[in-house]
Write a new protein. Structure first.
Length: 250
């Protein structure tokens, strides 16, 4: 099902209590938008979901974070396996210093997901899924860094999906793109909700309104409200619509 559940989850950076007693279940096969002002813990919450926090010094966590019924912070958990199940699309495109083809083939190769003779069809399928195949099919062995910013982000999305994750985390994944490219990524993410559980951090409330099914509102490391997107955006008399949502807090 790929449901993420946090039970009184806490994160500290040294003495700083960054996330406080997060009690939350994110629905499977929906797009969850995490919103809130800068510094409220949005990216920390996102990175806790695939244990990228482990890469930072002096970070402590407490209580449980479950992917379905498995606590990904339990002793002995294979962190590499967690990061395979829970992929990430970053704010800025970061294609590997390889060809377009090898970027997409990277995950299937290192995880031995497909026989070598199937890689051509796998690469084509994922590039087609992100609507990039027709633009690059004649230059698959060209360096990926020669692509435009929007193309690079679609390539990074194809690379993330090629590892066959169950969950895809998106950390302001359209923030560095022009409006047309950003809308294209939004459309792609919306089309993936039936196959993946998607969790996105965004400062763009219009974006959350357009594509989110579920919304989590963070403030100073605490969950203030969460629920279906329809409860956040429909009526001006709603408290968040009247106050927070009326102001685009950066």
């Amino acid at each position: 099902m790929a449901t993420i559940t946090l039970h009184n989850f806490n994160v500290w950076y040294g003495q700083q209590h960054a996330l406080r007693n997060i009690q939350l279940t994110l629905p499977a096969h929906q797009i969850t938008a995490i919103i809130g002002p800068s510094g409220c813990g949005k990216s920390t919450l996102l990175k806790s979901m695939n244990r990228l926090l482990d890469l930072q010094p002096h970070v402590r966590t407490s209580r449980r974070l479950l992917l379905d019924d498995e606590d990904i912070y339990a002793p002995g958990v294979d962190v590499a396996a967690v990061r395979t199940r829970i992929g990430m699309l970053a704010q800025k495109p970061f294609p590997l210093p390889l060809s377009i083809y090898d970027n997409v083939a990277y995950g299937p190769r290192i995880h031995a997901l497909h026989p070598t003779h199937q890689l051509d069809s796998v690469v084509q399928a994922h590039l087609t899924d992100v609507r990039l195949w027709d633009e690059v099919k004649d230059r698959l062995h060209s360096p990926a860094h020669r692509l435009s910013g929007g193309q690079q982000q679609r390539l990074c999305l194809a690379r993330a999906l090629s590892a066959q994750p169950e969950v895809l985390l998106c950390d302001e994944s359209t923030a560095s793109l022009d409006p047309i490219s950003a809308r294209g990524i939004e459309d792609l993410l919306a089309s993936l909700r039936s196959a993946y559980t998607l969790v996105m951090v965004t400062h763009d409330l219009d974006q959350a309104r357009r594509i989110a099914d579920y919304v989590v509102f963070l403030w100073l490391g605490e969950v203030i409200e969460h629920g279906p997107a329809a409860a956040f955006f429909p009526a001006p008399q709603h408290s968040l619509s009247r106050d927070y949502l009326a102001r685009k807090i950066g």
